[in-house]
Design a protein around this ligand. Structure first.
Ligand SMILES: [Zn+2]
Length: 275
C-alpha cells in the first residue's frame, strides 16, 4: 500500500508531465473506483490547463486553471505512470488516462479499485469531507514539536495508535510509525499524552528524517519503479525494525526486535531502546 513517501514520489514523478500542461482528453473507463466518478469528471478537466500538482497527506491534488481541483487517492494498489511515444493499449485495470496536448498520457491503474478520483473547487477544498479532518502534514513547514505535542495532549491512547490517527498527523502509515518510534527511543506502548517536551522534539525530528530518507530512496523517476509486468514496485527501504521480528536490535544489539499487535496493526520495536 503506498504510504506518504511513495505518494510524494508519484507526485514528483508526474509533475513534469502535468504541471503547466493542458489536458486534451480525459478517458474514464468505468463509472467508479471506491466511489463513483463525478458525472462531469472528464468534461470539467478536458481542454483545461493544470496549474499545480500538490499533495495533502496521501491525496494528490490537481489544481486546474478554472479553480477546479481533482482529488486523487491511490488506495491500496493504485499507481500512475507517464507514457510517451506510442501509447500501449489499456489493460484490464487501466481505468483512467489523462492525455496532455503535448502527447503524454498519465495512466491510472488500480487492480483492487480502492483508489478514488473526485472533483471539488479551490474555495471548497479545505471544507471537503476527504480533506477537512486531516492533521498537519509531517513533511510540511508547519509541522514542529509544538504542533505534535498539541495533537497528542490529553490522549490516553498508546503513541503508536495516536500517530496512525490521520486527525493528529497526516499520512503517517504503519511502517513509518514503527521506524520513527524506534529512532526516537519511544516505546509504542507509551501513552500519547506523555510525549511532550524533549520527547516530542526527538519524535518530530525522527518522523521528518524517516520520511525524508524514504522520499530520497524513492528516486527521481517513476519509470525506475515500474517493473516489466507493469507493477509499480513500491520501494524496498532499509528498515531498522519494521519486519525484523526476532533479529538483533541494530542499536543496542543486546535485545531482539519484538513484534506486537496494536489496534490490529503490527508494531516492531526494541524494548531495551524504547521507553
Ligand atoms: Zn535496542
Amino acid at each position: 500500500m503506498p504510504e506518504l513517501p511513495e505518494v510524494e514520489t508519484v507526485r514528483r514523478g508526474l509533475q513534469p508531465a502535468l504541471e503547466g500542461q493542458k489536458l486534451k482528453s480525459v478517458i474514464v473507463r468505468r463509472p467508479n473506483l471506491r466511489i463513483p466518478f463525478p458525472k462531469d469528471f472528464a468534461a470539467r478537466l478536458t481542454g483545461k490547463k493544470i496549474t499545480r500538482l500538490d499533495r495533502r497527506a496521501k491525496y494528490l491534488l490537481m489544481f486546474m486553471e478554472t479553480g477546479d481541483v481533482a482529488i486523487i487517492h491511490l488506495g491500496m494498489s493504485g499507481f500512475m505512470t507517464v507514457l510517451e511515444g506510442p501509447i500501449p493499449e489499456p489493460g484490464k485495470h487501466d481505468h483512467v488516462d489523462f492525455c496532455t496536448t503535448k502527447g503524454a498520457v498519465v495512466r491510472f491503474n488500480d487492480a483492487r479499485r480502492f483508489g478514488l478520483m473526485t472533483l471539488t473547487t479551490e474555495d471548497k477544498l479545505e471544507s471537503h469531507k476527504l480533506i477537512k479532518n486531516i492533521g498537519p502534514d509531517p513533511t510540511g513547514n508547519s509541522f514542529n514539536e509544538e504542533v505534535l505535542a498539541a495533537a497528542l495532549a490529553g490522549r490516553a491512547t498508546p503513541i503508536k495508535a495516536a500517530l496512525l490517527d490521520q486527525k493528529n498527523i497526516a499520512g503517517l502509515g504503519n511502517i513509518y510509525v514503527s521506524e520513527s518510534l524506534f529512532r526516537s527511543g519511544i516505546s509504542p506502548r507509551r501513552l500519547a499524552k506523555t510525549v511532550k517536551g524533549a520527547r516530542a522534539e526527538k519524535l518530530t525530528r525522527a518522523i521528518r528524517e524517516v520520511l525524508a530518507d524514504a522520499i530520497a530512496a524513492g528516486g527521481s523517476s517513476l519509470k525506475d519503479h515500474v517493473q516489466p509486468d507493469g507493477e509499480l514496485g513500491y520501494f524496498q527501504h532499509h528498515f531498522k525494525v519494521y519486519g525484523k521480528e526476532g533479529e538483533d536490535c541494530p542499536e543496542c544489539a543486546s535485545a531482539k526486535i519484538k513484534k506486537i499487535v496494536q489496534s490490529g496493526r503490527s508494531t516492531f520495536y526494541c524494548s531495551n531502546c524504547q521507553r
